[in-house]
Write a protein that binds this ligand. Structure first.
Ligand code: ATP
Ligand code: MG
Length: 332
């Protein structure tokens, strides 16, 4: 089917560091699977990265091509998906301003993801841009009229806000936007190697997609396991062990056996970790191959991003002219 007649899918990642297995199972895998079914847009969220990194713009610049390379390595096809830079589509910023007129501060301060990311700071201490990033995210989704958004479950409150914004805009002015739906994967939140509920770039508990086999063995060796298990034959509690959580996600067919052997104390943590490393290498190997094909050719990556940004901007201009018309701001 022609791209024009397909529904749109949009999602993206903050350009704050390399992508990791949490991104892969939470969102990237669905993007790859659905890139042929939907007209797909993938945003490199450099503006949203500034909400926490405004004093380190160099680090955003540094990570930009790495994130793009991660996309290509997992199998995102630039001929099917449009990869683009958020800051280079200024219409998104314009739409954010319009939306921000009818979003209350109260709805943002009670957003559970904002609360957990602001780590106990009071409202008075929060930056305006940080508090408002869910509004900007609503603009990211709507500028291309996306109807589906593959994300991890920390994004659900933001999707709820985006849906409210769309409903409000459509009733205040004219129906311009479809209501976006979150697409939550089978693993909406992958645990970190330190046992934290979320593997995250900013928590230092991530297994990056570009990890070498040696680094992988090292990271898994150091990852926490069931703290109650001291000796090899102590009966384990797989449900509290991140290594078991990874087995369930990355080698589900072998997981019941691991579960049983761990509980019985017949498999030690070292052996269990070895098996995990082998399964992860099987997953990562094709990514390493694709990555090495692009890595030697940074010019190709720049061209993909430039072409994607050009396409995104074209759509953004069309949508914004509809928005201005709907709001009666098309004066001349
Ligand atoms: P940061 O710590 O800088 O916010 P992050 O690791 O949270 O980085 P984001 O760029 O904020 O990554 O998230 C991009 C997408 O990946 C979102 O859809 C998010 O829900 C998903 N995601 C991130 N980490 C995980 C995880 N551990 N499990 C499942 N999905 C995840
Ligand atoms: Mg995040």
């Amino acid at each position: 089917m022609n791209q024009k007649h397909k529904e749109r899918m949009l999602t993206g990642d903050r350009v704050t560091g390399k992508l990791h297995l949490g991104h892969y199972v939470g969102s990237l895998q669905n993007r790859v699977m659905l890139q042929g079914k939907y007209d797909s847009y993938i945003l490199l969220a450099d503006v949203q990265a500034l909400t926490t990194h405004f004093d380190r713009p160099d680090s955003i610049r540094e990570h930009l091509r790495e994130v793009a390379l991660d996309y290509l390595a997992v199998g995102i096809d630039p001929n099917q998906a449009t990869l683009f830079l958020q800051s280079m589509v200024p219409e998104i910023a314009e739409l954010t301003v319009f939306f921000s007129m009818f979003v209350t501060v109260n709805s943002l301060r009670h957003n559970p993801t904002i609360k957990s990311e602001s780590k106990g700071s009071s409202l008075d201490e929060l930056y305006y841009g940080f508090l408002g990033y869910p509004v900007s995210q609503a603009a990211d989704i709507t500028f291309c009229k996306a109807s589906i958004v593959p994300v991890g479950d920390d994004q659900l409150p933001h999707l709820e806000l985006a849906r409210k914004v769309v409903r409000r805009f459509n009733e205040l002015y004219r129906p311009v936007f479809p209501e976006p739906q979150a697409l939550i994967s089978e693993t909406p939140r992958l645990v970190g190697t330190d046992g934290n509920a979320k593997m995250s770039k900013s928590l230092g508990n991530a297994i990056e997609l570009d990890i070498t086999p040696e680094q992988l063995s090292y990271k898994i060796r150091r990852a926490v396991t069931d703290p109650a298990r001291i000796r090899k034959h102590d009966p384990g509690h797989p449900e509290v062990c991140p290594i078991y959580a990874y087995h369930k996600v990355f080698e589900p067919s072998g997981a019941p056996e691991i579960h049983e052997a761990c509980e019985r104390g017949s498999i030690g943590c070292t052996e269990c970790k070895h098996r995990l490393v082998a399964s992860l290498n099987t997953l990562l190997e094709p990514m390493r191959e694709r990555r090495s094909r692009y890595a030697g050719n940074p010019r190709v990556i720049d061209e993909i991003l430039m072409e994607g940004t050009r396409r995104a901007r074209e759509i953004a201009r069309e949508t914004l002219s509809e928005v201005r018309e709907a709001m009666g701001l098309d004066y001349f």
